[in-house]
Design a protein around this ligand. Structure first.
Ligand code: AHR
Length: 508
């Protein structure tokens, strides 16, 4: 039975405007890494598994359930050694290369620009192309933009037509580099900032295509990197607004329970490791606020967006798999890490405009795992599915009146996380109980507008270690949730231990 004292009491003002939660905070990421692109998305036209022009049909079908807003490709670290011209034209004639970052395996280049754009069309998603600054050239990048987006007659538009595509595609999101402080060239911040200005200049807007240029940014809490980037990107532009050169700067943050050399197992972990993971996931809130504060100093009117274009859990690879392939299982714990991030994203939607969980299929905190011709939706998949109502909705901040804390390493960790939004006459409330051993009552005062007809969904399991496999694909799956009461605008929920709950209500 849940405690009589609510673990969280909070007020949500439905008549007070908040920022729009861009659907692009729910973006995904597909790198040429392990079994993400090859086997995950691309099986080739001769495959026995059902496919559409070589793209795996069950993966597309599952991801369409998430209304994927954007897909980042081709990396990651791989982006900085990718030469796009090797990935066009007849597949059998494409040059091969070695993927030195990930497994040292041969890359066939069979999945290139046309295949990626076909995938985006099948998914109904916007492409987010990450361009090569580390080992490419300004000309190479500039020609890629032209190839993708230029109509009419031009050298790259002609080349595209020779490869079977007459009309240009629409491309909005354009990444300038990736982790330039590390795999993207081991550059220093001022050096990268100068390069980024140069590359952004030649990432042209062709016709009516408007690029949203994202300068690669910091790791974790490297606020000095963001500071240098913002300073360099916003000064010395004459009367050009930084908004005209850059639309966003990024940062990356991964969650693990251990260290980079020993990250911890995805499914076999102690209670202490669980709470360390939760505390680290909650830290994303401070990181977003920290980078946003630096940006405020240079861009007080928030013209430039913040992009967290790699995030998620990173565990030791599953036993007997290639260490360079980053294949990991995904348990209920991962789902709770995801919901914590999404709550933080909603609260910072005024500055955070883009986010990409890493990575979509078979790599890191994936949405789906493939096992031969079978497909598994992960617990994280279900969090994204249950949260779709937040896409492009208006954030309604949750004002905490009182909350329960649990001591972890001398720090008080909130055991409940919540966020809310409204859209089209509906409110969606997300609530997470992080405590794996105790249920919790949550009381939410929904003020300002009348609400009715609450409908709940819950994602939970007997343990935070439970995960889905091809033999047991629904060990963690959403269920209807009716342990809720709505009385005079107060919504009370009795949450089971370790659970993510969403409640949809009619407003007005
Ligand atoms: O997502 C895996 C890797 O993590 C990416 O290639 C890189 O950008 C980051 O270090």
């Amino acid at each position: 039975m849940p405690d009589a004292t609510p673990a969280l009491v909070a007020a949500i003002d439905l008549d007070v405007s908040g920022p729009t939660i861009s659907r692009h905070l729910y973006g995904h990421f597909a790198e040429h890494l392990g079994r993400c692109v090859y086997e995950g998305f691309w099986v080739g036209e001769d495959a026995e598994v059902p496919h559409v022009g070589g793209i795996r049909a069950d993966v597309v079908e599952a991801l369409r359930e998430l209304s994927v807003p954007n897909l980042r490709w081709p990396g990651g670290c791989f982006a900085d050694e990718y030469h796009w011209q090797d990935g066009i034209g007849p597949r059998e004639q494409r040059p091969r290369m070695v993927n030195t970052h990930w497994g040292d395996v041969e890359e066939s280049n069979h999945f290139g620009t046309h295949e990626f754009m076909a995938l985006c069309e099948l998914l109904g998603t916007e492409p987010y192309v990450s361009s090569n600054v580390g080992s490419g050239s300004v000309q190479e990048m500039s020609e890629w933009v032209e190839y993708l987006t230029r109509a009419g007659d031009s050298p790259m538009a002609r080349l595209r037509r020779e490869n079977g595509r007459d009309e240009p595609w629409g491309v909005t999101f354009w990444g300038i580099g990736n982790e330039p402080w590390g795999c993207g060239g081991n550059l220093r911040a001022p050096q990268f900032a100068s390069l980024a200005r140069q590359y952004a200049t030649y990432a042209r807007d062709h016709g009516d295509n408007r690029l949203y240029r994202v300068a690669a940014g910091a790791a974790d809490d490297d606020y000095a990197w963001t500071e240098t980037l913002m300073k360099e990107l916003t000064t010395g532009l004459g009367d050009r607004s930084p908004r005209n050169l850059f639309q966003a700067v990024s940062f990356h943050y991964y969650t693990m329970s251990g260290s980079w050399s020993q990250k911890g197992s995805a499914t076999e972990f102690s209670d202490d490791e669980y709470w360390t993971t939760i505390r680290r996931a909650q830290h994303v809130r401070e990181l977003i606020a920290g980078h946003a504060a630096v940006m405020d100093a240079y861009d007080p009117t928030k013209q430039v967006g913040l992009a967290l274009d790699e995030w998620g859990t990173w565990w030791d690879v599953e036993p007997r798999t290639n260490p360079g392939f980053l294949y990991q299982q995904n348990a209920l714990r991962d789902a709770l890490v995801a919901s914590l991030h999404l709550d933080a994203f909603h609260d910072h939607a005024d500055r955070l405009r883009l986010a990409n969980i890493a990575q979509t299929v078979n790599v890191l905190q994936a949405m789906v795992l493939t096992d031969g011709d079978r497909l598994v939706r992960t617990p994280t998949f279900h969090v994204f599915a249950m949260s779709k109502g937040h896409h492009d909705a208006e954030a309604r901040p949750v004002r905490v009146v009182s909350r329960q804390l649990r001591e972890v390493d001398g720090t008080g960790v909130p055991t409940i996380s919540a966020s809310a939004s409204t859209k089209d006459g509906h409110a969606l409330v997300s609530v997470t109980n992080l405590d794996p051993s105790a249920g919790a009552t949550v009381r939410l005062h929904l003020r300002g507008l009348p609400v009715s007809a609450p409908t709940g969904t819950v994602l939970t399991a007997a343990s935070v270690r439970v995960h889905n496999t091809a033999d047991e694909p629904d060990a963690v799956a959403p269920q209807p949730f009716d342990a809720l009461r709505l009385v005079d605008g107060t919504l009370e929920l009795d949450l089971p231990p370790a659970a993510f709950v969403t409640v949809s209500l009619t407003v007005g």
